[in-house]
Design a binder for this molecule. Structure first.
Ligand code: ZN
Length: 509
């Protein structure tokens, strides 16, 4: 096990030493300076920086469409909008790829008041795909529930009948946050069955980030819960916790009304292509996600990725440069419910998976790109580095083989391809993420322009370089990589681990 890894690491060191080392100059990975792609990239950079419409696209999406919850009327409208943009700029084979998610969800009311000891309004918003209180709301004592002791709390749920549970974090966690989060789902079911009124703690007991902000989101992959779960502002939650710590039981009235559909709802990924000039059957996927949450405009999550994708496509088209292989631009939906669009893409394109080279995703908010995460493919670091160096005068960019499991890169990494995450600086994203602050004001136009251009350059270089960038790893190697990267636990906990015992190392004693 470790022997294989040491071998690969050493191989990498040799490759990085370059021509002077054990490899001949011809075996050294070549970047744009040497592989013939630089003249095309220079034109694309010019279009990307000088003629970008990315911010205009983001403005339209944010102001004219606004929030786009998967399966909602607004989300469908955004699909039509994206199709129109792709067609207008001249992408080929523009179409929708429909699929369904298990249920649709619509936010209604979320109101809460502290009744005693000091009456005032509490600021809450419902977590996605969670349920409702009785009509008109209900009133109950607030009772703490320790996330770090969640297994015990599940046993003790009868005490929550007619109460409002406040999730806290006390002491030391007995298992990883991922497993706690997965077990939290079991708690929510048990709490509902026991007759709890609602659960405060969309952040799993940690405080909501930012001043007077709530953050919505889903509580697992493709899961809905009948009990209403709310995110509360840090200020209000902090006060409740302080009362409880002093032995005072707060009494709260809460009214949460949401609606879940009884069955699956339709949605669609939006697809357009620049067909390859030599090997059109070989495909590199570039994108972000079109769907969003609904407390604001969904600008930074992931309007920015959507606008960057459209901006990148346009820069390449306007440059007149044709890549050797096909670049397929995909705006995924269903990302926020469990990467449903990108998993649906894998299922719908399984027969041509061997012809895929990987994907490139921008979905870490509004900040500048800081590094390329190659999604588990350590064999590609040395290959990619010369490209990163070549764009280093636009912005210094690091390269690593980390896996991003929180966006549409994951299905590509799971199925053996580099799911490349354009990681971004997140100083502001921690506030705008799924919150009421996720609006156009949060995105600096010049940063978006730069990110879109870097996306265009990366996509074109990968699709155009003479040597094929990557092919899918066999299942065994992908499974082992995922285990080595610590992804197994999470994928297993959320029932999306596809490999059974594959990739398991020798049993520990
Ligand atoms: Zn996102």
């Amino acid at each position: 096990m470790s022997r294989v890894r040491v071998g690969m690491s050493l191989g990498l060191v040799v490759a990085l030493l370059g021509g002077g080392g054990a490899l001949r100059a011809d075996d050294r990975p070549k970047g744009p300076e040497e592989d013939g792609t630089k003249p095309a990239l220079t034109r694309i950079a010019g279009e990307g920086f000088m003629n970008s419409h990315a911010y205009q696209y983001l403005t339209e999406l944010s102001d004219d469409i606004g929030s786009r919850v998967t399966g909602s009327a607004a989300e469908r409208k955004s699909e039509e909008w994206a199709v129109a943009k792709m067609k207008a700029m001249g992408l080929e084979n523009v179409h929708l790829e429909k699929y369904t998610i298990w249920k649709g969800w619509t936010r209604g009311t979320a109101e809460a008041q502290l009744l005693s000891p000091t009456p005032h309004k509490l600021h809450v918003d419902a977590m996605g795909w969670t349920g409702s209180t009785v009509a008109g709301g209900a009133e109950g004592d607030v009772v703490p529930v320790n996330l770090f002791d969640i297994d015990e709390e599940i046993k003790n749920v009868p005490r929550l009948k007619g109460k409002i549970a406040l999730v806290t974090q006390k002491g030391q966690p007995k298992k990883s946050f991922m497993l706690l989060f997965a077990t939290f789902g079991d708690f929510l079911k048990a709490a509902h069955d026991a007759g709890a009124i609602a659960v405060i703690g969309g952040q799993g007991g940690s405080k909501s980030t930012g001043m007077n902000l709530t953050h919505t989101g889903i509580l697992g992959f493709d899961v809905d819960y009948a009990v209403p779960v709310v995110s509360m502002t840090a200020e209000d939650q902090g006060q409740l916790e302080r009362f409880i710590n002093r032995g005072i039981t707060p009494r709260v009235r809460i009214n949460v009304q949401n609606s879940l559909t009884s069955g699956p709802v339709e949605t669609a990924n939006v697809v357009g292509e620049i067909r390859g000039r030599e090997r059109p059957e070989e495909v590199f996927v570039v994108g972000g996600h079109l769907d969003s949450w609904d407390l604001a405009q969904g600008t930074t999550d992931n309007g920015s990725g959507t606008a960057a994708t459209l901006g990148a496509a346009e820069a390449i088209l306007r440059s007149g440069q044709k890549p050797r292989r096909t670049i397929r631009f995909v705006l995924f939906t269903g990302e926020e419910q469990g990467l449903d669009g990108s998993f649906a893409y894998y299922k719908q394109h399984q027969s041509e998976w061997a012809n895929h080279l990987g994907n490139l995703i921008l979905d870490e908010g509004q900040g500048p790109v800081t590094d390329f995460m190659l999604g588990g493919r350590d064999d590609l670091i040395a290959v990619f580095q010369p490209f990163a160096d070549s764009v280093g005068r636009i912005r210094p960019l690091k390269v690593n083989d980390k896996v991003e499991s929180g966006t549409d890169t994951l299905p590509f990494s799971v199925y053996g391809l580099p799911g490349i995450n354009m990681n971004q600086e997140t100083a502001d994203y921690k506030y705008t993420h799924h919150s009421a602050a996720d609006a156009l004001e949060a995105q600096k136009p010049e940063v978006l322009t730069q990110n879109a251009t870097l996306m265009a350059l990366t996509a074109f270089w990968i699709a155009d370089r003479p040597e094929r960038f990557a092919s899918p790893w066999p299942a065994e190697r992908a499974a082992k990589m995922l285990r080595d990267k610590g992804e197994y636990e999470e994928l297993k906990a959320f029932n999306i681990w596809p490999y059974g015992n594959l990739g398991e190392g020798p049993k520990e004693k």
